[in-house]
Ligand binder design. Structure first.
Ligand code: HAM
Length: 425
């Protein structure tokens, strides 16, 4: 019997995993500078949380959740996204009461959606996301967007497009909602079943329908921007002004609605414009969700955030031909010949490692030539050769693989010699 990985998931093998670490490290460093702190929430939550937050008319809730009953009869769902859990934790831990406001959080971890797998679309994928809770200053909208853009830019991506929209506040949305119902009502029978059931419940979702996206009524649907009240319009203008001041280019697309229900005011997506990127071009999505904290049982608290997947980020890097500067190779390989030398090499590799170097030795009982080959394959910067003869004289031979230079140093000064050599590399 042989086993295969479940559809829509992937193994991240050595060689590839280093790229992930590099990106994760970069994201953590940017969050540190922007003063966002890490939060870790469980991989699964009570199903009800997602119904309440993501919205029961969304594709995520209707078609994509991994939901099961646990042995205690509770309905549990593998998290399809991170915002709901962060907000749940914010409320549960009364973070709204901490003196440092807004509360600025980030997270990184696997999310699960039962989607049709294709390039850039997985059933398990890793999101990096941030959430800023407790401020309705448009400057924080700009900050969150700038943070996402900075991650992409610092990894070398250039072919990006930031698209923004405002979904307005509750009164603006109410007016728009009625306009949408009036617009679609007469011909709703031409739309898919989902859209038909969404007409009264949540007509904005129709604009996000994948099946009916080419229907002529989509093109002429009323734009939310025409229904924004003064407050919402001014808010959106301020966000745009800040972005302009930060030198971040953007486009306004009144048809950008996002696939989750909790949004209002600012909504945005960052797309890759690299040639050959594939059909799914959204790298990052986010927006404001004033009202969500209250929906989850907390006090009225504004919030904004985004999430992006590392999978799509890597795909964008590949499409732009960018290779990450991940460290390969090791500092030193200790080749040992003879029983005593081998015993000694166990201690020597340990000493080098403890003083910070990346070091390897032979564990396959290989001959000298094969050990040298192994060192070569590992792209070792130095090879140290220890035979029983050298051991007797308490010396070790060292070869600099880049220059071919060879020296012999006393065993006693070996660690210090290697440290200096590796540091000055
Ligand atoms: P979302 O647009 O559903 O938003 O997902 C955000 C990002 O996650 C997408 O832009 C994409 O990079 C990635 N993503 C989504 N589905 C998949 C998939 N099946 N395979 C690979 N990558 C995927 C949210 O999740 C919101 N929680 C974002 C947010 C945070 N809004 C406010 N705060």
């Amino acid at each position: 019997m042989s086993f295969q990985i479940p559809r829509g998931t992937q193994d991240i093998l050595p060689g590839e995993a280093e790229k992930w670490q590099y990106i994760e490290q970069m994201a953590r460093d940017i969050c540190r500078r922007y003063n966002y702190q890490e939060i870790r929430t469980p991989i699964f939550e009570h199903t009800e949380l997602f119904l309440r937050s993501v919205g029961d008319t969304t594709d995520i809730v209707q078609k994509e959740m991994y939901t099961f009953e646990d042995r205690g009869g509770r309905s549990i769902t593998l998290r399809p996204e991170g915002t709901a859990a962060v907000v749940r934790s914010f409320v549960e831990n009364k973070m709204y009461g901490t003196p440092n406001q807004p509360v600025k959080l980030y997270y990184m971890g696997p999310m699960f959606r039962y989607e049709r797998p294709q390039a850039g679309r997985f059933r398990q994928f890793v999101q990096f996301g941030v959430e800023a809770l407790g401020s309705s200053d448009p400057a924080i909208d700009a900050e969150v967007i700038a943070l996402a853009m900075e991650l992409y830019h610092s990894l070398g991506l250039k072919k990006l497009k930031l698209v923004m929209n405002s979904l307005g506040d509750a009164p603006s949305r109410k007016a728009h909602r009625q306009a949408l119902i009036d617009h679609f009502k007469g011909r709703i029978s031409e739309f898919c079943e989902d859209c038909q059931s969404r007409l009264e419940k949540n007509p904005m979702r129709i604009l996000d329908c994948k099946k009916d996206r080419d229907h002529e009524l989509m093109e002429t649907a009323p734009s939310i921007l025409d229904y924004l009240n003064d407050e919402s319009r001014l808010y959106f203008e301020k966000v745009q002004l800040y972005l302009t001041k930060l030198g971040i280019a953007f486009e306004v697309d009144p048809r950008l609605v996002r696939g989750l229900d909790y949004y209002n005011h600012t909504a945005f997506e960052i797309m890759s414009e690299a040639e050959g990127f594939g059909a799914i071009t959204t790298l990052c999505g986010g927006g404001r969700y004033n009202g969500l904290v209250q929906e989850i049982g907390g006090p009225e608290t504004p919030g904004i955030g985004f999430a992006l997947s590392i999978e799509r980020l890597l795909a964008a890097l590949a499409a732009e031909g960018i290779t990450l500067p991940v460290a390969q190779g090791i500092d030193c390989f200790i080749v040992a010949l003879g029983e005593k030398a081998k015993d000694e090499s166990v201690i020597l590799v340990n000493k080098l490692r403890q003083s910070g170097m990346k070091v390897e030795r032979d564990y396959q009982d290989r001959k000298v030539k094969a050990q040298l080959k192994a060192a070569d394959r590992l792209e070792s910067a130095y090879v140290a050769i220890l035979g029983d003869d050298e051991l007797e004289k308490q010396v070790i031979a060292i070869k600099n693989m880049a220059t071919g230079e060879q020296t012999e140093v006393s065993l006693h000064s070996f660690v210090q010699y290697m440290k200096t050599a590796v540091e000055s590399k």
